[in-house]
Design a protein around this ligand. Structure first.
Ligand code: ZN
Length: 134
């Protein structure tokens, strides 16, 4: 099962927890694991706090401070987005989350988020693979 998201900013975090839980509920899988994977080289999937949305801003600020754009990257000669590729590689394209009672088993302060690093883009594709445990 996959779904797509349009992003509206150069960089942003979008909470996809509810969307993935909807897909999970349709699957009827009670227990197991759920893998969520973004099929792009300048976006990432992470789990982090979203109760205080400032954490999302702090994360982007920390990444940009650690890995500034326009740092003389070779790939910038092609399409100018080496910084986005580097940040995406460090965060990673996916997460695997336990399933309990047909829901993602996330902690109180955990949300599942798409990280856009080279937006805005249309149709960021996210794949959801559900493995049910018998
Ligand atoms: Zn590129």
């Amino acid at each position: 099962m996959n779904f797509t998201i349009n992003t509206t900013q150069k960089q942003e975090l979008l909470d996809i927890t509810d969307k993935v839980n909807e897909i999970l509920q349709k699957s009827k899988a009670k227990t197991g694991i759920c893998n969520v994977f973004v099929t792009h080289a300048t976006a990432a999937i992470i789990i982090n706090e979203n109760h205080d949305p400032n954490i999302c801003i702090d994360l982007l600020n920390a990444l940009n401070k650690s890995f500034p754009d326009n740092a003389g990257y070779l790939h910038d000669r092609i399409d100018g987005n080496a910084g986005a590729h580097i940040k995406a590689a460090i965060l990673g394209p996916g997460e695997t989350i336990p399933i309990e009672n047909n829901k993602l088993k996330l902690g109180t302060w955990q949300s599942l988020m798409l990280v856009e690093l080279d937006g805005p883009r249309t149709d960021r594709e996210i794949q959801v693979i559900i493995l049910e445990q018998n």
